[in-house]
Design a protein around this ligand. Structure first.
Ligand code: S3P
Length: 428
């Protein structure tokens, strides 16, 4: 479906964004493995998280949807999952695929995992490698580096894994397998990635410790059901933060957004560029810090973003590139090769689509160089490559353009932000 986005003079008002995608996935998965009934509020009813629900139902877990955003997961216990009678289809969701592979590696049954065309291109060797090292039998295309993947799990032994990438999906997959392994399992990463797994495992009563730089769990640790309050997703809020930052006269409040420090790189960088962002009513909700974000437009200037900042804003880089087109001078994003293996190759897709608005964007081996400030041109017909974040980032570019843009295959937005178009309409 095509979506036509009209320019907006400014954005204003008060909004809420849907629940955090990473936390919603984990609430269902950990709830499924726990003893007892886990209650989840603020769940993201996006396509990705619904894929997680579907996969765990196929393994015999009862998940009751009390409303769109509230659900109850009847835990099967650590060893209660059943062999699925069909393929586990994760749709577009890398988080479902990789975290679930960690869990499947610990099961004494056979399973097969696949997903859409994008998932079948994404690197799975980064999880199947360490899971094989732990003893799981995994096969698939390109020697088990690409889905579809078949897993015969069980009989795992703990390892200390030095991950070559700062990836929460890799860390989480190994730690989840570690719950089923003999002894201790640890993961060390080159840059710290989001720590929702560590926080939520603790909320489910599993001791997660740090030893010599390895995040560690003890095999056989059982999970006890918990009540999970999912905060608003800062990665969804990011589209609105950038819209408000670049549209002069904007003044927007986004209520109840997660501000876990492993996720707030976008706030740090937008502030450094010159946007005014305040965190109001900072509080702890469950296991995660949250706040109301108050953002106003500013005179933006270019910045350099690299190193250990990258994992703290990895999903926000397409929309950060949009902000950079409205900043005076050069913005450079480096050390971000990981962008090439997201839902699309986001170095290539961000550059190609932003150029359709007349933006000056250079693709780098490990990132992007954007020179601003450019008045974005209307009339663009944007391809989204079925990548939700490309679709929404380009919608934000359209808001700042001098005429309407058409965004192709808009339905991918449902992966993480159902209702985005309506919400943007309401804050004009
Ligand atoms: C996620 C981790 C990140 C992120 C993804 C969600 C998670 O991926 O890009 O959207 O929920 O653990 P990587 O682990 O591949 O960096």
């Amino acid at each position: 479906m095509d979506m036509v986005i009209q320019p907006a003079g400014r954005v204003q008002g008060e909004v809420k964004v849907p629940g955090d995608k990473s936390i919603s996935h984990r609430a269902v998965m950990f709830g499924a493995l726990a003893d007892g009934v886990t209650q989840v509020r603020g769940f993201l009813p996006g396509a990705d998280c619904l894929s997680t629900v579907d996969c765990f139902r196929k393994m015999g877990v009862e998940v009751e949807m009390l409303s769109e955003t509230e659900l109850r997961v009847k835990g099967a216990g650590l060893d209660g999952l059943q062999e699925p009678s069909d393929i586990l289809d994760v749709g577009n969701s890398g988080t479902t695929a990789r975290l679930m592979l960690g869990i499947l590696a610990g099961q004494n049954f056979h399973s097969t995992v696949t997903g859409d065309a994008s998932i079948r291109r994404r690197p799975m060797g980064r999880v199947t490698g360490p899971l094989r090292e732990m003893g799981a039998v995994i096969d698939g295309r390109e020697d088990g580096r690409l889905a579809p993947l078949s897993v015969r799990g069980g009989g795992l032994r703990g390892i200390n894994y030095d991950s070559p990438v700062g990836s929460a999906q890799v860390k989480s997959a190994v730690l989840l397998a570690g719950l089923y392994a003999e002894g201790m399992t640890g993961v060390k990463e080159p840059e710290q990635s989001r720590d929702h797994t560590e926080r939520m495992l603790r909320a489910f009563g599993v001791p997660v410790t740090e030893q010599d730089g390895y995040i560690t769990v003890q095999g056989g640790s059982r999970l006890t059901a918990a009540e999970i309050e999912v905060p608003g997703d800062i990665s969804s809020a990011a589209f609105l933060l950038v819209a408000a930052a670049i549209l002069p006269g904007s003044d927007l409040i986004i209520r109840g957004v997660g501000i876990n420090p492993t996720r707030t790189g976008i706030i740090d960088v937008l502030r450094e560029m010159g946007a005014q962002i305040e965190c109001l009513n900072e509080r702890i909700s469950g296991d995660e810090p949250i706040a109301d974000l108050h953002v106003k437009a500013g005179e933006l200037k270019g910045v350099t973003v690299r190193g250990n900042l990258i994992p703290r804003l990895i999903d926000e880089i397409p929309v950060l590139a949009v902000a950079a087109t409205q900043a005076e001078g050069v913005t450079e994003i480096r050390d971000a090769k990981e962008l090439k293996v997201k839902e699309s190759n986001r170095i290539a897709t961000t550059a190609a689509e932003l150029r359709k608005f007349g933006a000056q964007v250079e693709e780098l081996e490990d990132g992007l160089r954007i020179t601003g400030r450019t008045k974005l041109q209307g009339g663009a017909v944007v391809e989204t490559y079925h990548d939700h974040r490309i679709a929404m980032a380009m919608a934000v570019a359209a808001l700042a353009a001098d005429g309407a843009a058409t965004i192709r295959d808009w339905e991918s937005v449902d992966v993480s932000f159902p209702g985005f178009a309506q919400l943007v309409q309401n804050i004009r």
